[in-house]
Design a protein around this ligand. Sequence first.
Ligand SMILES: Nc1ncnc2c1ncn2[C@@H]1O[C@H](COP(=O)(O)OP(=O)(O)OP(=O)(O)O)[C@@H](O)[C@H]1O
Ligand SMILES: [Mg+2]
Length: 407
Amino acid sequence: MNAPELTEDEYLGLYQRATENGAEWWRVSVADRPENYRLEHGTDHGDRTGAVDIDLVVDAENLRAKLKKWRREGFAIDTDNVDAEHDTAERIAFMPALRRAAALTAAAKQRHMEGAAESVRIGHVDVPCGMDSPLVPRINPAYLFSERFNDIVEDIVENRRVMLIGHTGAGKTSLIEQVAARARHGVLRSNMNGQTTVGDFVGFWTVKGGETLWVDGVLPTAMREGLWLIVDEIDFAEPSILAALTAVLEPHGRLVLKEKGNEIVAPHPAFRLFATANAVGAMSQFRHLYQGANLMNEAFLDRWRVYLLDYLSPAEEADVLIRTLAPQMTRSLAVTLAAIAADCRAAFAREDLSSAFSTRRLLDWAELMLRTGDPERAAGPAIYAKVSPEDAALIRGIIRHHIAPAA
Ligand SMILES: Nc1ncnc2c1ncn2[C@@H]1O[C@H](COP(=O)(O)OP(=O)(O)OP(=O)(O)O)[C@@H](O)[C@H]1O
Ligand SMILES: [Mg+2]
């Protein structure tokens, strides 16, 4: 076959020949520059896979010349995908190719951001700013953006639907609120574990001064006004609410207000949708701790990016204690308190304790302790009164293990 007669697609692939102790190959792929081809060369020795040792970009004419030369040298195109050596070459080529693709994606995003309005850097991510409004949460200056949060923040910028799952007080709501606070976006929250009806969520008709009026629920309000909506405890939501949500889970998904003559609500570009849950997906193993939570079906979950948010590490939590309660909170006090919280959580995970130990609870206890100078007295209203007597006894034991009584 004559190379120039091939269509572009047919140039691409793996050309290889057997050598004394393995195989030698050229891999032809489309280069980043238009009408150029990337040629990578490598050798495989038995089951030891060699790295790419030549990597160049050529134009079509040059490629045709190479193809002729390779054919003379005994290279043949491998069109059989299940061939083991082909697999080896593909395995080696995957990560370098992916890294290049990721770098191109980041560069494209950067160019896009440069043309955009004002933005604020959160972790590694530039987040476009919204407008000041009374619904913008207050900045918590002690809030710690962990390295793990970068992917989540990037998803927010990309307008993905983000669901945060994790134990109570792990920091699900505050993460979204603190991103919103810094980028100045208004936030609405709607809790599904309570009296939220589909009317509250979607909207309802009411009579006012003899006139019949439509009142938007939180979802259309957030969509029209470009607010961030957090659907808290989504695993407790009624099916009719989930049905309304499903429509807007696509990035540009519109809401149809059936009750209002099928009015269509298109999302404002700043609108973002979040959900939090304690017991879905990877957290299902803890369902018995969150009575009444519904299992969410996979098709619904697949429409979200679902992140499991664990408690902060003891080192991170000690930092948060210091940042929140400085200057009185010293590092050595903070490290001990964070270790107590970690031990309580381990007991909870073993099911020795039936109540979770949230960062919220730890901060509250620490604050009261600084006021009273007495960990045990502070633990009364901050911890013991909120849990069963058995749990209180166990937590008291953990605290005593870390803090010797005053001399
Ligand atoms: N990264 C952090 N930096 C500083 N404080 C934090 C951090 N994460 C959590 N906290 C503290 O813990 C408190 C509880 O977090 P948050 O309310 O976000 O938890 P949650 O996971 O939404 O809990 P729930 O499931 O009960 O709604 C916050 O008010 C905040 O004070
Ligand atoms: Mg919350």
